[in-house]
Design a protein around this ligand. Structure first.
Ligand code: TYM
Length: 337
């Protein structure tokens, strides 16, 4: 069986530099490296998007997200499959089956759920259940590698647990994705990637943070983005060190620099560590971010849009065929067929 590499990014709003460096770019690099011999499934989790309020722009944002992958350099071939989750009904159907083996206890421990709901009674059930939908997204295609940022690692572990539990109860059905440490190794990083908020670097950079200067959006003008890097919070130690615990701001800049240029983090650290020049590092990273956005935005504007719908439909024909076979197997195992 061919190896499958799979990922998705919600399209509620604009993507941040965190989404780009933590998931989109690593996925594109892996896809281009492996798509001759592996399946590369890139899907738009639009059913996930509606756990937050969405306006009528969901459909447009879907196309924008596909264009983002192409602008980031994704090369297309017969092994690269692009599809919309809501066009592949098996995702929602397998979710129901997995809901019946997932426990309230394990779901209640999901950090993203706790952060998003903060114990509010008014939080919707979708927020609670969306990691199960994510597990279905992955298990339907027997995906081994799922490039995601560190904040999604707990959901990968949940997916592994659900797959193992199902296989144990009903017999071998799902490929269990590799553990998160190996996922990171496959992405070529020593651990999960978490790009930090530029103002409060203890937190991750997030599209839902209200502060303008906290995050860089892919639609920011390159100038504006560079300014945000120049004003990023660092520390007062006066010497560059890579240490996310004590010096998250400066460490974040080193990480951003290494990811943009696809250089080993250790090499970037060796170049800068011990130097007193925070300003020089900021200027270097600001220039890297500026060039990244200039090139990305130019490529984005040049992408033809007339074939996107047919590209997705082609991917959806593939996704429906693969996922329906897996769903039938699941239904047979649990006794529904
Ligand atoms: P989402 O849409 O919140 O985020 C998309 C991807 O961006 C990564 N990311 C980050 N990486 C590094 N630093 C950051 N500051 C940062 N912020 C976001 C996320 O880790 C993610 O990889 N549930 C998923 C979408 C999804 C999915 C799937 C992913 C649904 N089904 C199946 C993989 C496989 C989500 O909400 O990600």
């Amino acid at each position: 069986m061919k190896t499958t590499i799979l990922t998705g990014l919600r399209v509620n709003s604009e993507f941040t530099l965190g989404n780009y460096l933590g998931a989109l770019l690593p996925m594109v690099r892996l896809a281009n490296r492996h798509s001759k011999e592996a399946n590369v499934n890139i899907f738009v989790p639009d059913l996930h998007s509606i756990i937050s309020s969405v306006d009528g722009s969901l459909k447009d944002n879907t196309f924008r997200s596909i264009k983002y992958y192409l602008a980031a350099g994704l090369e297309l071939n017969d092994n690269v499959h692009l599809y919309r989750q809501s066009r592949v009904p098996a995702h929602a159907e397998l979710t129901w089956v997995l809901n019946c083996i997932a426990t309230m206890g394990e779901m209640g421990r999901m950090i993203q759920y706790k952060e998003k709901s903060e114990g509010k009674d008014s939080a919707n059930v979708g927020i609670f259940d969306y990691p199960v939908l994510m597990a279905a997204d992955i298990l339907l295609y027997d995906a081994t590698f799922v490039p995601v940022g560190e904040d999604q690692f707990q959901h990968i572990e949940l997916t592994r647990n659900l797959a193992e539990r199902f296989n144990h109860r009903f017999g071998d059905t799902f490929t269990v994705p590799v553990e998160t440490k190996k996922q990171a190794e496959f992405m070529g990083t020593s651990g999960g990637i978490r790009i930090r908020d530029l103002v409060n670097p203890e937190k991750k950079m997030s599209k839902s943070t209200p502060g303008e200067n906290s995050k860089i959006m892919l639609s920011d003008t390159p100038e504006k983005a560079a300014k945000k890097i120049m004003s990023a919070t660092t520390d007062s130690f006066g010497e560059i060190r890579f240490d996310f615990k004590e010096r998250p701001g400066i460490s974040n800049l080193l990480l951003i620099e290494s990811l943009i240029h696809d250089r080993p983090l250790a090499e970037v650290i060796a170049e800068w560590e011990g130097k007193p020049s925070y300003g020089d590092l900021k200027k270097t990273v600001a220039a890297s971010v500026r060039t990244l956005l200039e090139e990305f935005q130019a490529r984005y504007l040049a992408i033809p849009t007339d074939n996107l719908e047919s590209l997705l439909e082609q991917g959806e024909a593939y996704a429906n065929s693969v996922s329906n076979q897996k769903l039938l197997k699941v239904y047979q195992k649990v006794g529904l067929r």
